[in-house]
Ligand binder design. Sequence first.
Ligand code: CU
Length: 421
Amino acid sequence: MSHEGTLPVSKQNMTIFGGVKSQGRLNRKKTAVMAFGVLFMAGCARDAPQDTWQPKGENASNINTLQWIVFPLAGVVGVAVFALIGFVLWRYRDKGQAIPHQSHGNPAVEITLTIIPALILSVVGVFTFRGIFQLAQTNDTQMVINVTGQQWWWEYDYPAQVVNGVEISQPIITAGQLVIPTDTKVLLRETSRDVIHSYWIPALNGKKDAVPGRINLLRLQAYKPGIYAGQCTEFCGLSHANMRMEAVALEPADFATWVANQQRNAQQPAQASLAQEGEGVFLNQCIRCHQVNGLKKADGTAAIAAPDENVYSGAAPNLTHLMSRNTFAGAAFDLVTSDCRKNIWTASPEQFGAAYLEGVSPKCLNQTNLRRWLRNAPEMKPMYADPTKLASSDGKYRGMPNLNLSESDIDKLVAYLSTLK
Ligand SMILES: [Cu+2]
């Protein structure tokens, strides 16, 4: 540029530092390219289970269609605006030139710059409104499940109803894994027992907050059998990061099998078995929080849990069919070994149902995780900011306490819990 001759000092500086500068620029360029590469590859990872760009159900597909319209449009506008700003900054940078002629108002430019964004926004608006109405639709619901969040796990209760000809005659209560039939419009009625949580299975739909005292609706529907992972997306306290959930979609026939099993009471363990001793320990230590349907006390009367008297949120997972789910404690830990987990997660849609319905066989039981949990649950999943203060001021526990069980009691409990199919 011509001004260089008039600014010998800066020109000199550039020459002196030229080599250093260009090297620095090269490194920065390399770093930028690498950062972009990493981000790009992360975005393209095909096995990312919580990728919102890989919808596996109708609602998520509607969201995906919308983002494919909005993202490119916004992207083009964003790039154009920044390019223009860059150009103007560079082209009209201060070179000591005189201040240009000052003018005010240019109707042609102003009208153009109003009409173009208005057109873009109305296109985006049409699709957004269409999306909002699609996602809010509930009048064609085929199934209802009540979903309750608490620190730090989700409870599901299936009211009595008929789904695709399958009768749920007794309400089903389960935790962590939400089991639904494929190709069925499932309506979740969400609420919370303590703080605000948020339910999100990215492959099936967007997020919806679970708020105490309110019921929020969220529709899920899965095209194919499989497990769809999610996590609580509203910060809810110490173990928020350990509050996960999974939606499990089964073919309608497999779903009917699952329902039939969930409606059964727990079987009684064999006489004089280790599991029967475990049942005794359970009655002493666990029944005050955890319900096992059909479990009887020594005197033959029904054993009824009272989590409302023992837990801050007033609830603890129903363990009647613990071994029918393959993760536990807010879907944060595997109840199956890593080999068995792989078999279930990578099963083809045709084979998935059978693999899931097998439940946790003794061969697949992740003894390490279950024993660690029974030995000291808060050590595995933090529940108290101050570990010396285990209960809240009203004497109720926040989450599962450390019960200081002996190793022999843990052996018995593992044997008993294994029978809860
Ligand atoms: Cu939460």
